[in-house]
Design a protein around this ligand. Structure first.
Ligand code: PBG
Length: 326
């Protein structure tokens, strides 16, 4: 009781504040998303995401080397193919854009953890995450293609696959296929609680994956629901997921916290493109201190229970953390 207790005692001096801090961010918490295109010497900035580029493999390797030197252990790759068709066939081509990028990254930076996003939306001409029949995305045939895609990524050397399509049964199907080919030790990070969100806008522009008609509400989760995320997590765990993800992060911290409480697997949170763009835009206008808000958001995601944070801020944040550790 006051005056015996004074909460301000531990807040008075910076080094003491650092000693009693309950949550610590580290570069190893981050996974950096990267966009890869065919060709050479290509580096196209994504207009709504300043500092984030579509990179050809040569630039991708260089940028990944820089990121690795900052202490970041993992990247997640998104491919932008040259040709898109109804079936998203360039997505499960052994010589596809991601498959080539994986080979190059593993050759040049063997200790970098290369994760691949597994979804058809970047590869279909209609921008949907699966095969469309009569205006709906058909689940089971889509799962077959996603499974093929995951196999091509792992054959190319991917260290982990991350299905982001939200079809039912995809985790189990990918697990079985990987095991059958002897890839028993390759983990699956499942986009478990992936919500139908307005925060993906800049990503879809970057990947050219805006749906030509309709939306993703028939498979991504409905924002009002949180118990459903627990059911989905239970299903994914049963099917063999090794890491479960909540996405987006900032508007779903309650979901991260609850999933953390109920499950003992590592939890990843994806701080998505819209979260990045908002901070960058407001900072550019001088309305917020961008660095400070970035660190506060990342800290909040970790404090809510995420072990891993997928974020476009990863290199910037890692640089700040490196400066602080003296
Ligand atoms: C689907 C996928 C999306 C994102 C990651 N994987 C887009 C979507 O579901 O429409 C979004 C990531 C972001 O917004 O940063 N392949």
């Amino acid at each position: 009781m006051f005056p015996v207790t004074r909460m301000r005692r531990l807040r008075m001096k910076e080094p003491i504040r650092r000693m009693v801090e309950e949550t610590k961010l580290a570069a190893a918490d981050f996974i950096y998303p990267m966009f890869v295109v065919f060709g050479a010497d290509k580096k196209e900035e994504i207009p709504a995401m300043p500092g984030i580029f579509r990179l050809s493999t040569d630039h991708l390797v260089r940028e990944a080397e820089r990121v690795r030197r900052l202490g970041i252990k993992a990247v997640i790759l998104f491919g932008i193919p040259e040709i898109k068709d109804e079936m998203g066939s360039s997505g499960y081509d052994d010589d596809g854009v991601v498959q080539r990028a994986v080979r190059a990254l593993k050759e040049h930076i063997p200790d970098l953890v290369v994760i691949t996003d597994v979804c058809l939306c970047e590869y279909t001409n209609h921008g949907h995450c699966g095969i469309v029949a009569d205006g709906t995305i058909v689940n089971d045939p889509t799962v077959e293609l996603l499974t093929r895609m995951a196999l091509t990524h792992v054959r190319a050397g991917a260290d982990m696959v991350a299905p982001s399509d939200m079809m039912d049964g995809r985790v189990g199907s990918i697990r079985r296929a990987l095991d059958e080919e002897g890839f028993v030790d390759i983990p699956i990070m499942s986009y478990t609680a992936k919500y139908a969100s307005g925060f993906y806008g800049p990503f879809r522009e970057a990947a050219g994956s805006v749906p030509a008609f309709g939306d993703r509400r028939s498979h991504q989760m409905d924002p009002p629901n949180v118990r459903e995320a627990l059911r989905q997590a239970a299903a994914d765990v049963e099917e063999g997921a090794d890491i479960i993800m909540v996405k987006p992060a900032l508007a779903y911290l309650d979901v991260i916290s609850l999933v953390r409480d109920r499950f003992d697997l590592p939890i990843a949170a994806y701080s998505v493109s819209g979260e990045y763009s908002m901070v960058k835009a407001a900072a550019k206008n001088g309305w917020i201190d961008g660095e400070r808000v970035m660190m506060e958001i990342l800290l909040a995601i970790k404090r809510s229970g995420a072990d891993l944070i997928i974020s476009y801020f990863a290199p910037e944040a890692a640089e700040i953390l490196a400066r602080q550790t003296s």
